[in-house]
Design a protein around this ligand. Structure first.
Ligand SMILES: [Zn+2]
Ligand SMILES: [Zn+2]
Length: 298
């Protein structure tokens, strides 16, 4: 998986930073996470292929997370997209989008609505699982967790030969099954295979106040994006507006035992996000700060 940040600012664009949007690349497919104003401009700027977008995930109905969608959907149509596009979003988004796009697109849109305060599985394929989970914000909001599954075990060809296991059974061995010959002793899977790569997870917490309730959903993530709208000195603003400070984001990362944290969604009042970064690394030193065009391999 590879994450690329597009927009990393809060509600108002400032100092060349656009509102929130990012893309996650998984096996050559792109998953767009939030789509603030300017998302498609940033995609062009950083060579993100708009036509490779497989699905769109919108966290909540604040404009800085979806105002870029109309333009993007129209561009895909002008470029001749044919395959259906799934949009996982709050229930209210479909009406807004369909009322603005009162012309035929070259492809179908399929909206899947989040259920308030509930975590659900949005995608569950052989290789990928995507879940949404509720966070704490001023309106119903969901974060997203992407898990790249590496469930296959690694088969040892020499041992397979030694135990005379037929070739047709190799896939079943990789799936963890034991081999039972017609005659003779059962061959346990662990004798001829070893563990494959561990699953990889990316968790995106959208806009949220400090909330330890989200920890079970993001626990041990390889990479976590947690908003950090305010510096620690502005904690009162963070509390009233249901956003987080740099230290709060870092504390969640620490408690959830994630491997790496990215902070973002900066308030337009700060010229330099490095101030937020300096506060966060004091609590969780594996912290990076979001910046347009920056990528992380997971
Ligand atoms: Zn926001
Ligand atoms: Zn918001």
């Amino acid at each position: 998986m590879k994450l690329t940040i597009l927009g990393c600012n809060g509600a108002i664009p400032a100092y060349g930073r656009f509102p929130t949007s990012q893309v996650l690349e998984i096996n050559s497919k792109l998953y767009l996470i939030d789509c603030g104003e300017g998302a498609q401009i940033l995609m062009q700027q950083f060579g993100v292929k708009i036509m490779k977008i497989e699905a769109v995930f919108i966290s909540h109905m604040h404009g800085d997370h979806y105002f870029g969608l109309i333009g993007l959907l129209n561009t895909m149509s002008l470029l001749g997209r044919e395959r259906l596009l799934e949009i996982f979003a709050p229930a209210g988004l479909e009406k807004i989008i369909r009322s603005q796009i009162d012309f035929a697109l070259s492809y179908e849109l399929h909206f899947v609505a989040h259920i308030n305060n509930i975590s659900t599985i949005l995608i569950n394929s052989e290789k990928l699982e995507v879940n949404n989970f509720p966070v704490q914000h001023s309106i119903p909001t969901h974060g997203f967790k992407f898990t790249l599954k590496y469930k296959k075990r690694v088969v040892n060809p020499d041992l397979v030969k030694q135990f005379e296991i037929p070739k047709y059974f190799l896939n079943s061995l990789a799936d963890g099954k034991d081999y039972e010959p017609l005659h003779g002793e059962k061959i346990l899977n662990e004798w001829v295979t070893s563990a494959g790569k561990a699953d990889k997870t990316y968790a995106y917490c959208a806009d949220t106040a400090y909330s330890e309730l989200i920890i079970p959903y993001i626990n041990s993530a390889d990479l976590l994006y947690h908003e950090s709208t305010y510096i620690d000195e502005d904690i009162d603003k963070a509390t009233t507006r249901l956003h987080s400070t740099a230290s709060q984001a870092a504390t969640i990362a620490l408690l959830a035992k994630v491997k790496r944290l990215i902070i973002g969604h900066y308030s337009s009042k700060y010229k330099d996000p490095l101030v937020l970064h300096q506060q966060a690394i004091k609590i969780f030193d594996a912290t990076d700060y979001a910046e347009a065009g920056k990528s992380w391999d997971i």
